[in-house]
Write a protein that binds this ligand. Structure first.
Ligand SMILES: Cc1cc2nc3c(=O)[nH]c(=O)nc-3n(C[C@H](O)[C@H](O)[C@H](O)COP(=O)(O)OP(=O)(O)OC[C@H]3O[C@@H](n4cnc5c(N)ncnc54)[C@H](O)[C@@H]3O)c2cc1C
Length: 469
């Protein structure tokens, strides 16, 4: 489908209505909004708008609806599948100036925010209330983008993904209508669940402007543990048993030896360069933590753990999570001139170890350079495949690895994306994962956005395109 370029008269209209300084057609601003953190090709919007309030979003969307312009919402641009790249040009709505905390209801463990607020900034503000918003994708993501991608992170194994932590939303729909979804109740049996439909829709069904988030109390006590294993399969099997025995980790992260070595090199760490698990437990006091960990330790030993480091203090804990979150950046810094295709798949936990084995085999067979880590407690694997973008053979090889791992994941009852979303990179797998229900997704899109102006080119492969099969 073709989309018109935004004409100068309409840019002038946006400037008059939203404010001269909140609208730009400058080259550098368009460049900054042409790429996310992925390897996907950049594409510039015609104009960038920084809404200051919901009515500004309404103004832009109504203009787009009248003229048929594409509208792509943008928060921090840290996506890994091309999700916010404005592939059809048009208007890019950057939410970074809509970042107010509107209300904190500490007794209800809720906060109302504008969606441009980065989740780390929000958590800094919430700390003094003894509360936090659990999804923790690691990058400097903002709430709107986390809602767009249904982001998750290291603590999802205990507290759920973004979708589990959203109670209500305000959204601007494709015709410019403002609607509110959800309520302040933590459960409801009322009506179709449009709230959960909107979360993870990557800005293709509506543009979220405000959200009511479900918070959690900061745990009274933490225990962080680093467990080193002789082989990655031992570590993966230990993960399966920790989950199966209901030992309630608050984080259960896998890192293979090669990625630990990359982290050591880049982040000046001295971690043992072997497969390892980072585990965290949250409980009411030290005695409860000790008894919980006693059972976990038994499982780790059954799977041949080599060393267990515990008793990690608060500063060191923060440092460990920082280095874990920095794994992808370490790869990028250690391999200048190379790109990373980050495979993101998720399978039932009993299939996790086999998926990792399968992925290792494919990487070896293709002669690719791959680094393995992931939110193992959720059955979520990340495999960072390095390649030189100008090396056609290497590009083809990493694409084949990606396809093989994703198809394997779908074949064993998993998903083509655990948390990074469909964007551009996973379009080709939507039919394999969803079959006939993809047609129902198309009908939902058609009903809510009949002109197809909201983040076009994402989520649903165009019928007849290569990606549709
Ligand atoms: C180093 C690194 C580590 C990462 N680790 C993780 C991880 O552990 N877990 C994880 O889930 N992700 C991870 N990510 C990916 C990324 O951080 C998440 O997908 C995050 O949710 C993106 O948020 P953002 O604010 O950058 O959104 P953007 O990239 O700006 O947008 C994301 C999507 O949401 C849409 N969108 C933006 N604003 C709105 C809005 N107001 N209304 C509706 N839709 C909107 C966009 O169009 C786009 O489709 C990582 C990324 C990096 C670079």
């Amino acid at each position: 489908m073709r989309y018109p370029r935004v004409i100068q008269d309409d840019v002038a209209y946006l400037k008059r209505t939203i404010g001269e300084s909140h609208v730009s057609t400058g080259e550098s601003n368009r460049d900054l909004h042409s790429r996310d953190e992925s390897y996907h090709a950049p594409c510039r919007p015609d104009v960038v708008v920084w809404p200051q309030k919901t009515e500004d979003v309404v103004t832009a969307v109504k203009l787009a609806a009248r003229k048929g312009y594409a509208v792509t919402p943008w928060c921090a641009g840290t996506s890994l599948e091309g999700n916010p790249i404005p592939v059809k040009g048009g208007i890019c709505l950057d939410f970074s100036e809509m970042k107010r905390v509107i209300a904190i209801r500490e007794k209800d463990l809720q906060v109302d925010v504008e969606v441009g607020i980065p989740y780390r900034e929000l958590n800094n503000q919430l700390r003094r209330y003894g509360l936090f918003f659990p999804p923790d994708p690691g990058a400097h993501a903002a709430i709107g983008g986390m809602i767009g991608n249904n982001a998750s992170g290291v603590r999802t194994v205990a507290y759920g993904a973004t979708r589990d932590c959203i109670l209500a939303l305000e959204a601007v729909m494709a015709d410019g209508e403002v609607i509110r979804l959800g309520s302040r109740a933590i459960k409801s049996s009322s009506g179709y669940d449009l709230l959960r439909l909107m979360v993870g829709s990557e800005g293709t069904l509506g543009i979220v402007t405000e959200a009511t988030l479900r918070l959690r109390g900061l745990p009274p006590e933490y225990l962080t543990v680093v467990a080193v294993f002789p082989g990655i399969r031992d570590a993966c099997e230990a993960v399966g048993d920790i989950i199966r025995y209901g030992l309630n980790p608050a984080a259960l992260e896998l890192m293979d030896a090669a990625v630990v070595a990359e982290i050591n090199r880049d982040q000046k760490m001295t971690l043992d360069e072997k497969p390892m698990l980072f585990l965290e437990f949250h409980n009411v006091n030290d005695a409860a933590l000790a008894s919980q960990f006693g059972m976990v330790e038994g499982v780790l030993r059954e799977h041949g753990v080599v060393t267990i480091e515990r008793g990690i203090g608060a500063d060191e804990r923060a440092r460990l999570w920082e280095v874990r979150h920095g794994a992808l950046d370490s790869l990028k810094r250690n391999h200048p001139g190379q790109s990373v295709l980050l495979v993101d798949t998720c399978v039932p936990i009993s299939r996790y170890a086999d998926m990792v084995d399968k992925a290792k085999d494919v990487v070896r067979r293709e002669g690719a350079i791959g680094f393995f880590w992931g939110h193992a407690g959720d059955g979520n694997l990340h495999l960072g495949l390095m390649f030189r973008p100008d090396d056609a053979a290497a590009v083809a090889a990493v694409r084949r690895v990606n396809r093989a791992v994703v198809e394997h994941s779908i074949a064993v009852g998993g998903s083509c994306t655990g948390e990074h979303g469909v964007g551009i990179g996973k379009l080709a797998f939507m039919a394999a994962e969803h079959g006939i229900s993809l047609e129902y997704m198309r009908r939902i899109k058609q009903a809510l956005d009949p002109k197809g102006i909201l983040n076009p080119g994402k989520m649903l492969p165009e019928e007849g395109s290569d990606a549709a099969s």
